[in-house]
Design a protein around this ligand. Structure first.
Ligand code: KQY
Length: 363
């Protein structure tokens, strides 16, 4: 594996869309007792269900810590490859490499990772094991990797159509805890240089109380070139209402890198989901403090789905809108089976199905 210091775009590399074919998917076996209730047992069951759904149409590689290897091997199907790797938590979207291609070869990007905001407003300390994962994964897969560790970025904060357009949120990428010395223009240039993008669409915000500083992958996602889904509520009393409206306004008044207007499909949100006292009692404290408080609203959204080769794996919350979300996604992805996975135990960790997956594009 070579460590590269050049720029992917100048080398002719770009990030393909998630809906383009994959050669596989990377995930991490959860273990953190202050993120996942009751020693991560229920989260492991939910992750395993996601893994089973994805592994029916693409290869899945799961990173497990030394102590968890046997458990992962026992819980996961034989077709899944389990490799031993240390991690601080289980968010492959944010800590695995972002893959780019020139159509013939695959390369990884090793961004800097500081647990969603470092000492400013990050979610745990230390994060050094997570920060090393992208490079280790490129090594394990024998893929050359771009050293971009000086620029803090998580995979969950970007979505691309693979045709020159990247969407992101200002709330996240301009947050103080990531790249405070870079202007918006400089950050935009980083996205263009590294992802091969020609146009960046900045949505102002994401999902209300999303602790990642409002990652794009919880509010808006490409389903096809010039088509996105946007998390939506019709309840003006919900703080999310104004946030989704503002995002809609941007999307309705912009074009993509190819000059096309963007069709926006509204994906209804579930009713607000709050963590219960019993669930909180299953979470260990972090540095003596609880990580969640009973009644705290969690950033639940159906947009946090994963597009596999043969399926779209979509979170379900036991809400009246679960079926409607599956229905809308089935219409948008007629060639894929939409598989709903009950994901409350993933949501408790602070993210969802998209956040725990990272696709490896097929070249
Ligand atoms: O949503 C994500 N991409 C990660 C969420 C991390 C939450 C940590 N508690």
């Amino acid at each position: 594996m070579k460590i590269l210091h050049s720029l992917p775009a100048e080398d002719g590399y770009y990030m393909p869309a998630e809906f383009a074919p994959h050669s596989g998917c990377i995930m991490i076996f959860p273990h953190r007792r202050d993120s996942w209730q009751f020693g991560a047992y229920s989260a492991r069951k939910a992750f395993a269900e996601v893994i089973r759904a994805i592994s029916r149409s693409e290869k899945v590689i799961v990173c497990a810590r030394y102590d968890d290897y046997d458990c992962a091997r026992e819980m996961l199907p034989d077709c899944v490859r389990v490799i031993e790797m240390e991690s601080d938590d289980a968010w492959a979207r944010d800590v695995a490499p972002t893959f780019v291609t020139n159509g013939k070869t695959l390369r990884g990007i090793d961004w800097g990772f500081n647990a969603w905001g470092g000492l400013e407003d990050g979610l745990y300390f230390p994060w050094d094991k997570d920060n090393k994962m992208a490079r280790k994964l490129c090594d394990a897969l024998d893929i050359d990797t771009y050293d971009r560790r000086s620029f803090i970025l998580e995979g969950g904060s970007i979505h691309t159509d693979g045709e020159g357009t990247v969407i992101t949120t200002e709330a996240c990428l301009l947050s103080k805890g990531r790249n405070p010395r870079l202007t918006k223009e400089k950050i935009e240039q980083q996205l263009k240089n590294n992802l091969g993008a020609k146009k960046i669409i900045w949505l102002p915000c994401g999902i209300y109380l999303d602790e990642t500083n409002e990652h794009i992958d919880n509010i808006c996602a490409f389903t096809a070139p010039a088509e996105v889904v946007l998390a939506w509520t019709d309840d003006p009393a919900d703080p999310q209402y104004a946030m989704s409206q503002k995002c809609m306004e941007v999307l309705a008044n912009t074009t993509d890198a190819k000059g096309r207007a963007i069709t926006v499909h509204k994906l209804p949100l579930p009713k607000p989901v709050a963590i219960t006292a019993e669930e909180c009692s299953g979470l260990d404290n972090m540095n003596g403090e609880p990580t969640r408080t009973p009644g705290e609203r969690l950033a639940a959204s159906y947009v946090n789905f994963y597009i596999a080769n043969g399926a779209v794996v979509c979170p379900q919350f036991g809400d009246d809108n679960d079926g409607r979300a599956v229905e809308i996604l089935s219409e948008l992805f007629p060639d894929r089976e939409v598989v709903g996975v009950y994901a409350r135990d993933i949501l408790i960790g602070g993210g969802n199905i998209h956040c725990i997956t990272q696709q490896i594009p097929q070249v």
